[in-house]
Design a protein around this ligand. Structure first.
Ligand SMILES: C[S@@+](CC[C@H](N)C(=O)[O-])C[C@H]1O[C@@H](n2cnc3c(N)ncnc32)[C@H](O)[C@@H]1O
Length: 226
């Protein structure tokens, strides 16, 4: 009996390349995106799935606004946010070290969607050097540890809408509140974040993206209450 082919794990850090094009055969937006990312040839597979899941859940709640992708890396998330809602005119990707291959991803996406040209700006700087406003939709995928807290505090200071998918929870630098006797430290940190956001006058949504993509899958979304 032959062996079954290995499953195509959505959590893999392996790069999507031209060899994977056939895995995205249809004309759905997601498959077209997958093919563009394969053509760029430099993105870890999980980044495609994480960014997609984060963006589509955020867009179900938040339309329009400037997109600001903090700790944005390649900036795929910012591009997807524009693709899912063309009424957002522009996006800013902020990262202290924009990866050189971000340009490849950007060009592959513009090749597939020329309407994105001139609408995504990369800023190689710390996130607190960027001025935010209340019309912004701030997103951040896997800003490690306390960086997620910084994203949240910058967004709330500006009264901007915000969506974060935290990772690398660190009980030494993040606030666990009094909860670690009941739940693990990572959950305690995220629970404290959600409650803090609510105390700051935000409506809060707590969601998850599929654990098959990442175990760091808690999605925290907030919008200022009117
Ligand atoms: C784990 S990566 C996540 C990248 C991307 N969002 C993703 O999902 O693949 C964290 C990123 O935060 C960036 N970073 C670290 N400190 C930062 C800061 N103070 N301001 C902006 N970006 C920062 C790093 O350069 C890195 O690209």
């Amino acid at each position: 009996m032959g062996q079954a082919p290995p499953a195509f794990s959505h959590a893999s850090r392996g790069r999507l390349t031209a060899y994977d094009l056939d895995r995205f055969p249809t004309q759905t937006l997601f498959d077209r995106l997958g093919r563009a990312v394969c053509k760029a040839g430099c993105l870890p597979r999980k980044e495609l799935y994480e960014s997609w899941e984060l963006a589509r859940r955020t867009r179900r709640l938040f339309r329009g606004g400037r997109v600001v992708d903090l700790c944005g890396g390649h900036g795929l998330l910012a591009h997807i946010m524009l693709l899912l809602d063309n009424s957002s005119l522009s996006a800013l990707v902020v990262d202290t070290e924009v990866p050189p291959s971000a340009q490849q991803v950007h060009e592959a996406l513009i090749d597939a969607w020329p309407r994105l040209a001139g609408r995504v700006t990369f800023v190689a700087a710390p996130m607190d050097s960027v001025a935010l406003g209340e019309d912004d939709v701030v997103v951040s995928c896997h800003a490690c540890g306390a960086l997620t807290d910084q994203v949240l505090s910058l967004a709330t200071a500006a009264r901007a809408r915000v969506a974060v998918l935290p990772c690398c929870h660190d009980a030494d630098t993040c606030d666990t509140g009094p909860l670690t006797g009941w739940v693990d430290a990572a959950l305690a940190v995220d629970a404290v974040r959600a409650l803090r956001l609510e105390r700051q006058g935000y409506r809060v949504w707590t969601q998850v993206i599929p654990a098959a993509i990442t175990l760091k899958n808690r999605l925290l979304i907030g919008a200022p209450r009117p």
